[in-house]
Design a protein around this ligand. Structure first.
Ligand SMILES: [Zn+2]
Ligand SMILES: [Zn+2]
Length: 237
């Protein structure tokens, strides 16, 4: 098994991220993380002159460069998307297991409603997980249109913690997927050691999403902001 951090950014698209994909991938490797899902921000604010098609193309180019670099240093780089909801810019939704055509076919996905986004992601064979639902204050969305919730190990203390036990309770009570990611932007004192343990043979984006959904039991590594990491076993009941 390898540890895969299901939530990471790179500066070429996510302008809030201080470094390029090389540093992001090198830092992951040094921390003992075998793979990341590159989930750059997909948000209307990043679109220049209303040219959503150009943004979609740039978004995929950044991923392609990161993937090539990851391959060269032995870190798996999976494809994902962190969509910022237009109705509340603090609501972030992670799409996993979608093909690249999902982005070019739906360049305005950040303007969709939750239900539209969920249905579109599913039409492409992917899944939708709410990122950091309790960051600062609870903003959990309608679970009818979510496949899972995320434990966020972003090291900023102002985000008030990972909310690991709350997320586990929500996932268990609703039979949803529980994920874990570091949301690493290289703007903090350390690179969190976190993610989900997955078989090292997994190499495809959809393969990863399908595997996560199919498991009754997952081992997550949670790195509490400002604290230590520990493994958490999630059993879908
Ligand atoms: Zn986010
Ligand atoms: Zn993020």
């Amino acid at each position: 098994m390898i540890l895969v951090d299901l939530h990471a950014h790179s500066g070429g698209i996510s302008t809030c991220c201080r470094v390029g994909y090389e540093r992001i991938i090198d830092d992951a490797k040094e921390t003992g993380i075998g793979g990341i899902v590159l989930t750059n921000h997909y948000v209307s604010n990043y679109v220049i002159d209303d040219d959503y098609d150009a943004f979609a193309r740039a978004y995929l180019e950044e991923y392609a460069k990161a993937k090539a670099y990851g391959d060269s240093v032995g870190v798996k780089v999976f494809f994902g998307v962190e969509v910022t909801a237009e109705w509340d810019k603090n609501v972030h939704l992670l799409a996993y297991g979608v093909p690249h055509s999902f982005v070019t076919d739906h360049p305005r996905m950040c303007l969709y409603s939750l239900e539209e986004l969920y249905r579109t992601v599913h039409a492409y064979g992917g899944i939708l997980v709410q990122a950091h639902p309790y960051r600062v204050q609870p903003r959990l969305q309608d679970l009818a249109y979510l496949d899972g919730v995320e434990i966020s190990c972003h090291p900023h203390l102002r985000y008030c913690g990972s909310f690991a036990s709350e997320m586990k309770e929500i996932a268990e009570a609703n039979r949803k997927l529980l994920t874990c990611g570091g949301d690493y932007h290289a703007d903090v004192a350390y690179r969190p050691q976190c993610g989900v343990f997955v078989p090292k043979e997994i190499s495809g984006d959809k393969e990863l999403a399908d595997w996560l959904m199919a498991q009754d039991r997952l081992t997550l590594r949670v790195h509490e902001p400002g604290g230590d990491w520990q493994d958490l076993v999630y059993q879908k009941t």
